[in-house]
Design a binder for this molecule. Sequence first.
Ligand code: ZN
Ligand code: MN
Length: 493
Amino acid sequence: MSTAAAGVVSGQTGTRWIPVIGLEVHCQLDTRTKLFCGCEYSFGAEPNTITCPVCTAQPGALPVLNSAALEYAVRAALALNADVAPVSKFDRKNYFYCDLPKGYQISQFDLPYCTGGGIQLASGKFIRLTRIHMEEDAGKAIHDRGDATLVDLNRAGVPLIESVTEADMCSADEAHEYLTALKEIFQYIGVSDCDMEKGSLRCDVNVSVHPEGEPWRTKVEVKNLNSFRNVRASIQYEIARQIEAYETGDPAQYPEQETRLFDVAAGVTRTMRSKEDAHDYRYFPDPDLPLVTVDAVLIERQRGLLPELPVARRARYESELGLSAYDAGVMTAARDVADFFETVVRVGGDPKAAANWIANDVLRALSDPDVAASSILELLVKPNDLAELIALVGDGTVSKNAGREVLDEMLRSGARAKDVVQAMGLEQVQDTSQIDEWCRAALAGREATVADVRAGNLKAIGALMGPVMQASKGSADPQLVRAALLRIIGEEG
Ligand code: ZN
Ligand code: MN
């Protein structure tokens, strides 16, 4: 494994430290119903309104596996080139907490449904997955109501897949890149919205450091990270904290094997529980559930549902459509954006122009309250409309700046580009005699600037273009204006 070089951190004592990082990611599957009952989960519903005897653990209630959840889980495994086990098993993970009505979580222990696979980073380094297993989510305990703790069981029983990596990463950047890629893949294949704000993607990290060439040291877990920023910050904090502790040379201060939580406000991790009070989950097979079997038909059906994945799309946008690596990255970061971009191109939009408009103007509009859209699919501007606008700017009918105004109006009203251009009178004036007239008016009284241009300072032409564009109320074609100014100054010289 080539963890060295890239991840080396030099300590105060000059020691070269290698961080070792592994990730465990819980992802909520977007199935209609929960993992073992028919409750239809939806985020933000009134507490305890989406429950039934199964997910609230009433006596005699029996779980039945949601076949859609298994299908989604299998699709996730295939997208990560992992192996799907023909037979796997559900186990009970026993612990006591107020948000866990059964007193155990149904999870998979020694026979997960998926092993192997992984994600390749841009550097070429491959981050191996140890396994992915299915499990149910717990409910939510709410601690911020004075002395009381409230329990909402809506989330209890919601299907999760937990992806566990080998400790293959050696920096916060690598962990961030892996997470980004994992999230993109799950979103692309439609198994999870991976919305961290709704808690549908949650991350635990394992971090240790050791001097280069020496054996690995004690690993520390940081749990329940709910944003990419916190994942990055907590890893960076742990690496620095552990190195500092080792470099005291005092074994009493060395990191202990423990679980920590990230305090977002303070930017530090704090002990949650140490090894001594670590849980013994007393896993055993769930006697209420049969073994999970996955046959070739199920696998092939799910394989058939896999779309082109982000990495492949990115490569294609660069090689076939001529986008820069950066633009290809922006266009593929979310599947709806990639689909929108591809449609614009398919109906004739120039790819580079389309990428620019989408990256600079269309995506920005999503944060505009007047536009009132939460995704690119909800915008009133459809791919066809954008392609039309791109053509109008491309052939000089409107300037790029006027095009922005047109787009603003299109985003607000849903009107078509041509109609907006006409209604707003933004068509560029290409009539050279009209342009000449504006130019002559602008030149009058600006002899010093004219002399400057004549002396060879072509930059000074900019000071003359402003008044012309102003006189034309922005409708003059700037290229024609520039040419006219140079011609007239030349003639009069
Ligand atoms: Zn239920
Ligand atoms: Mn778990």
